[in-house]
Design a protein around this ligand. Structure first.
Ligand SMILES: N[C@@H](CCC(=O)N[C@@H](CS)C(=O)NCC(=O)O)C(=O)O
Length: 211
């Protein structure tokens, strides 16, 4: 059976992305949560992931690490799941917005780390962080205008929505205005809520994520 190795559900935004993609496939899987920020975290992650980072996907003898590589692997293994749009041009755009998320928005990621079960009042963001937010909202608006929603690429969620789900969580946690319809839609996604429920039940606090 497939096994996904992830960090604490409260904080591990990179783990959430391929976990959602795996849920979309409907394939049965086991999950292994490695608590982050513990003295033995690095050692525990390295038992599964050569990068020393979670997530990692184990499929028999094969280990696939890094969120986007796992999503691509799932797309190849489960071609019927529609993890990417069927149309080549749409697929290219979905990959572009996903890659932009994977490689960018560092200011937002640093200033507003994922704390999926928390909610804070809005505080003005640094201009660089606001610029990340503006670009993200522009991506969502453009995708939704072209696809007519409710997901970025139409009637069904794709990897692009999985990649932006932790951003949706940040918008919600930090009461960041923008993209409200999309934020509300993704937040009500049953599989995301399944993750949130499990996150609420976690008792371990990761000290670097929760100073
Ligand atoms: N580029 C990687 C980033 C993975 C990453 O940074 N994961 C964090 C947790 S969200 C991690 O493993 N941190 C290790 C640690 O805290 O010791 C990906 O997309 O999977």
């Amino acid at each position: 059976m497939l096994k996904i190795v992830i960090g604490n559900k409260k904080y591990s935004s990179w783990s959430l992305r391929p976990w959602l993609a795996l849920k979309i496939t409907g394939a049965p899987f086991e999950e292994q949560v490695v608590p982050l920020d513990m003295p033995d975290t690095a050692q525990n992650i390295r038992k599964y992931s050569p990068s020393g980072r979670v997530p990692a996907l184990l499929d028999g003898d094969l280990t696939v690490w890094d969120s986007i590589a796992i999503c691509e692997y799932l797309h190849e293994k489960f071609p019927q799941a529609g993890l990417w749009p069927a149309d080549a041009a749409q697929r290219a755009r979905a990959r572009a917005v996903s890659a932009e998320m994977h490689s960018g928005f560092t200011n937002l990621r640093n200033d507003c780390s994922m704390k999926i079960v928390q909610q804070h009042p809005y505080k003005p963001l640094r201009p660089e962080t606001q610029a990340d937010v503006d670009r993200i909202v522009a991506i969502w608006d453009e995708c939704l205008r072209a696809s007519k929603g409710p997901w970025l690429f139409g009637k069904k969620p794709t990897i692009a929505d999985c990649m932006y789900a932790p951003v949706v969580s940040r918008f919600r946690t930090y009461s960041i205005p923008g993209g409200k319809d999309y934020v509300d839609h993704v937040w009500s996604w049953p599989i995301l809520q399944e993750w949130v429920t499990a996150a609420r039940a976690e008792t371990l606090v990761a000290k670097f994520h929760e100073p």
